[in-house]
Write a protein that binds this ligand. Structure first.
Ligand code: ADP
Ligand code: MG
Length: 234
């Protein structure tokens, strides 16, 4: 069957845009050395579905590849709703599930992208038992193997409340980033997610407020500052 294709996400990345500026700022904040620890690998999750995890993970990986020019990998570990392959117009097969069950070698999981420093590990062949796949040590071994080849690692994961995958994986990464859909996710739901995370071995490096347009106070809107930094003709 023909694979559904649409414009890949990197087509929407414009280095001079407000979005690109925010992602550079975010990347700087999460990677900078705090207490002498330089963080290189990150798990992106949220409390619930559709808060923007995959979008944030993909933009962060693109930003790292473009701006830091370091060898960067984006791994799709949301095995129930994988989307990274769709964002990059790649086949889903030969990805993380295949690496976990030993049917491919680690080097065969790396898919190149048109961006020089960016590679992707897709979710892999769909399995009936995603929870089981995350229970053993194989998933940790797979992440460890991938980390060996890359300078910066971003893992797009399932949400915290419905499944245990993020708290199982978080100890393998240097930091956890929680995406919250502003104006949509209820406070109690976020508190519940924070409670789950705080009981796990994760190091929270930040919270990303997604979808802020028209939801947060006026001073969050870049237009308020009248400082569109598109280069002016002199
Ligand atoms: N800031 C945003 N503005 C507009 N649409 C967004 C934004 N963030 C995400 N989306 C859209 O919302 C939907 C869910 O986002 P996605 O990143 O797939 O969420 P998740 O991975 O948390 O399920 C997608 O269609 C995505 O394109
Ligand atoms: Mg997703």
């Amino acid at each position: 069957m023909a694979r559904e294709t649409c414009r890949p996400i990197f087509d929407y990345y414009h280095p001079e845009s407000v979005v690109a500026t925010e992602f550079r700022r975010l990347l700087h904040n999460i990677t900078r050395s705090i207490d002498g620890i330089e963080r290189k690998s990150f798990l992106i999750t949220s409390a619930m579905l559709s808060e923007g995890k995959s979008t944030v993970a993909a933009y962060l990986a693109i930003t790292a590849a473009v701006y830091k020019k370091r060898k960067t990998i984006l791994i799709d570990c949301d095995l129930r709703r994988p989307t990274v392959h769709k964002l990059f117009n790649l086949p889903v097969e030969n990805g993380i599930t295949d690496l976990i069950d030993g049917s491919i070698k680690v080097e065969d999981a790396f898919k190149s992208t048109p961006m020089k420093h960016l590679w992707v590990v897709t979710a892999g062949t769909m399995k009936d038992n995603p929870t089981e796949l995350f229970e053993g040590d194989s998933v940790k071994k797979a992440i460890e193997q991938i980390k060996f080849y890359f300078d910066l690692v971003f893992v797009d994961c399932a949400p915290v409340i419905p499944v245990s995958d993020p708290v199982v994986l978080a100890p393998e990464l240097d930091g956890l980033l929680l995406v919250v859909k502003a104006g949509s996710t209820q406070q109690d739901v976020i508190k519940r997610a924070c409670d789950i995370i705080s009981k796990s071995e994760s190091h929270v490096v930040g919270v990303v407020l997604n979808n802020v347009q028209g939801v947060l106070p006026y001073h969050y809107n870049h237009r308020y500052y009248g400082y569109q930094y598109a280069a002016k003709k002199r």
